[in-house]
Each structure stands twice: as structure tokens, then as C-alpha cells.
Design a protein around this ligand. Structure first.
Ligand code: IMP
Ligand code: MG
Length: 413
């Protein structure tokens, strides 16, 4: 076996296994110390990855969550990059005296103010069938890329012909002058930061270094495999790592799925184990479940093993990090959805239920509640029982438990 292969084995891909907001930022921050670089491979500033250190709270939308561990940071070509948001984030880190060593791939899709307008426009067009997007322009920017109209990051420096794209914007009544000003400003922001991220990953690996690949959103928001049309506009599954970065498949290393011990969803779309009313509000407040990007209240519900088994399968997740187990400690009940009931029959295959997710009735088990459990003297017995239950049901190891937002409240198992 070559040294290259053995360094790939140390690599790690961290992905969300629900509808996003599983706590990936916190887990990536916890693990980043063991890696030489942290690379984003999908999504854009629709993501909100929060890391809390003492009283300081950092929310990253574009910069990889390894920033606080001063790691080599990489943004791969599969990311939709909003240069304005990137500039704000880098400024904020600078204000905290955190120096970043960031490379952005020249093939990144760019997000301009025009795509944000189009996001609003298309959401308005859908009316009552709107998706509840983050309105960050992410979907329209990938669409513009698919139409091959929009410049990529590197194209700003090679004399991109903007006539077709400005004609397109004008057809929507948008003024192209603003776009041209944005092109100039973005060129200033990105100057000196662009490179070939795939080659950089290979270079790091060939020198025996390791890379952590940080996913955004979650499996059920994947544009191909999620609850379409209520999904985001990229792939979110681990298999997207090599394709989007342009590296061989073995580079993705082991796959770690992040799972919150209940479920949340922000935006529209089916949610079989959703809990509404007083209990739902209580869970939302206990978990501070408000969107890190939009501030919207997140919908909350019980853990859904049907959806999780599917997410584990399509990601090939070998291990799970279980987050926010402190939240159910305030609840007298703790339910887990083990099947869906549809027209008198039980479904345990999420893919079979797709298309009927609004009609299915969740079948629950109560694997013991977590009421009053506290981590003062290590992992409490109730949590250990839940972990064993999940390991049995999901057939994966729960390798990490996180029980609060502060950086220190994460333990390896
Ligand atoms: P978009 O990605 O802004 O187009 O939004 C499409 C759907 O994905 C909406 O339901 C969003 O709320 C959801 N979404 C996008 N990014 C995130 C995220 O980082 N966490 C949770 N939900 C997200
Ligand atoms: Mg988030």
C-alpha cells in the first residue's frame, strides 16, 4: 500500500444526515485539530455553521468551520460563492485577530445580487407552493451555471464577456449596471485568493497530510436524493466530495454523519415526525432552534429512524456524531419514529414513502427518556442506553456525543 492510500484513510467527510442544522460546525471544529486542512465541497451562504467558544459565537456561511483551529481552509469548485458575504466573514475573523489561510477554487460558481433577486422572484412565482429558500441566491446561481451564463470566480480575471448574462438579467427587468459594479468589487475581494483546490487536496495528501471535508445542509435536502422539490440546489451527500472537488473517490476517507437527537427543518416541505403546539415550541426554545442564516424559527420534531436509515445508506456513513442530547433532558418524553403507516401498511423504507411523506403517520417507540440527565460526571446512563438503542437500530457506531453548544461540551466515545 502506498503512503498516499494511507493518508486517504485518515481523511474524513462530515455530512448532515437530516434536514441540515445537525451541528456540523461544532463537530468539525471539535475534530479539525486532527487534520491539516478543512475543505467545503457544496452549498454556499445558505449554510450557517455555528461554533461557540466561551461567550463568543461564530456563525460561518462560507468559510470552513476549521477557521477557529487555524487550519488550511479550502473552498472547492462545487460551492456557490457570494464574494460580498465572504468579505464580511473574513473581516469579522480579522476583527477577532483570527488569520485565515484560505484558498478558493477558481471554478466556484458566483452569486451576485441579481441571483438573490431571482431567488425572491421565483419564490414569489411559486406563491403558496414556495420552497422557503434562504433567499441567498444559491439555487439561481447554480441554475445560471447550468445555463452557462454566469462567470465563475476565475473568469473575473480573464476578461469574461458579460453580454449574454446582462441580456438575461434585463429580460427580467433587472438593471445590468449594478451587476457590472458587482463584477468590479468581486474582483477586488477575490484577488490573490484563487487556486486549484483539487490539486491542493492532492498535494496535501501526497505529502502525508490529512483533509476533513465539511458538508453543508443535510441528506434530506440533497437535490437528487432528498424530498424534492423541497430541497436545496446541490448535492449534500458524501459521494459528492470527489466529484465536486475533482479528486479520486478514495480521498473522501471515512464518512461521519451528524445527527441531532431530534429533528428540525427550516423552510417548507414534508416532515413526518413534526411536533407542533406547546411541546414543539418548548423543544424549539430549549434547542434555540432558529435559523443561523435567516433567523427563521425552525420546525421541530422527533428523531426519525426511517429517514435516518436512508440517509446513512445513501452517504455510506460509517459512524455517527449525536448532537444536542442536552435538549431532551428537559422533556418527560422522548420519542423515536421507527416506521410510517400508510393506508394500513407499515413502511420502513424512506424512498418508498417519498411522494407520500405528507400523508404517512409516524409509528413511535419510546426508548427511555433523557429527563434530568446531566453530564456532570461523564455520559449519563440514560444517554448511554439511547446510544446503544440507536447503534442497534441504525447499525452504526455513535462515536461522538455533544450535549451543549459550547466547544467543550463534546465527548468522544
Ligand atoms: P436554498 O438552499 O436557499 O435554495 O433553500 C432550499 C431549502 O433548503 C429551504 O428549505 C432552506 O431552508 C433549506 N436550507 C438551505 N440551506 C440550509 C441549511 O444550511 N440548513 C438548513 N436548511 C437549509
Ligand atoms: Mg445550519
Amino acid at each position: 500500500m502506498t503512503s498516499r492510500d494511507s493518508s486517504d484513510k485518515r481523511n474524513l467527510t462530515v455530512v448532515g444526515l437530516q434536514w441540515g442544522d445537525e451541528g456540523k460546525g461544532k463537530i468539525v471544529d471539535y475534530l479539525a485539530g486532527d487534520y491539516d486542512a478543512v475543505a467545503r465541497f457544496n452549498g454556499g451562504s445558505n449554510a450557517g455553521h455555528t461554533v461557540v467558544i466561551g461567550k463568543a459565537r461564530y456563525t460561518f456561511h462560507l468559510v470552513p468551520s476549521g477557521a477557529l483551529k487555524r487550519k488550511r481552509l479550502l473552498i472547492g469548485p462545487g460551492v456557490a460563492l457570494d464574494p460580498g458575504i465572504l468579505a464580511e466573514e473574513l473581516e469579522l475573523l480579522g476583527a477577532h485577530r483570527i488569520r485565515t489561510n484560505l484558498m478558493i477554487d477558481g471554478r466556484c460558481t458566483l452569486v451576485s445580487p441579481m441571483e438573490k433577486r431571482l431567488d425572491e422572484f421565483f419564490e414569489g412565482l411559486r406563491g403558496p407552493l414556495s420552497l422557503g429558500t434562504t433567499k441567498r441566491g444559491i439555487g439561481p446561481s447554480y441554475a445560471m451555471r447550468a445555463l452557462r451564463l454566469t462567470p465563475r470566480a476565475g473568469d473575473l480575471f480573464t476578461g469574461f464577456d458579460a453580454r449574454p448574462v446582462t441580456k438575461y438579467y434585463e429580460s427580467f427587468g433587472l438593471k445590468s449596471g449594478e451587476f457590472k459594479a458587482w463584477l468590479r468589487r468581486s474582483t477586488e475581494v477575490l484577488d490573490g485568493m484563487l487556486g486549484d483546490v483539487g490539486s491542493e487536496v492532492d498535494r496535501i495528501s501526497e505529502r502525508g497530510g490529512s483533509v476533513l471535508f465539511e458538508g453543508s445542509q443535510g441528506a434530506l435536502l440533497d437535490i437528487l436524493h432528498g424530498s424534492y422539490p423541497y430541497v436545496t440546489s446541490t448535492q449534500t451527500v458524501a459521494g459528492f466530495v470527489p466529484a465536486s472537488l475533482g479528486v479520486k473517490a478514495s480521498r473522501m476517507g471515512k464518512v461521519l454523519g451528524v445527527v441531532k437527537c431530534y429533528t428540525t427543518r427550516v423552510g417548507e416541505g414534508p416532515f413526518p415526525s413534526e411536533v407542533k403546539g406547546v411541546l414543539g415550541r418548548k423543544m424549539r426554545e430549549a434547542g434555540r432552534e432558529y435559523g443561523a442564516t435567516t433567523g427563521r424559527p425552525r420546525r421541530v420534531g422527533w428523531l426519525d429512524l426511517v429517514a435516518l436509515k436512508y440517509a446513512i445508506r445513501i452517504n455510506g456513513a460509517e459512524e455517527v456524531a449525536l448532537t444536542k442530547v442536552d435538549v431532551p433532558a428537559g422533556l418527560k418524553h422522548f420519542k423515536v419514529c421507527v416506521a410510517y403507516s400508510l393506508d394500513g401498511s407499515e413502511i420502513t423504507d424512506f424512498q418508498r414513502a417519498q411522494g407520500h411523506l405528507d400523508e404517512v403517520v409516524p409509528v413511535y417507540e419510546e426508548p427511555g427518556n433523557l429527563f434530568g440527565s446531566s453530564f456532570g460526571d461523564g455520559v449519563p446512563a440514560q444517554v448511554k442506553r439511547l446510544v446503544r438503542y440507536l447503534e442497534r437500530s441504525l447499525r452504526v457506531k455513535v462515536g461522538i456525543i455533544s450535549y451543549g453548544e459550547e466547544r467543550s461540551r463534546t465527548v468522544g466515545q
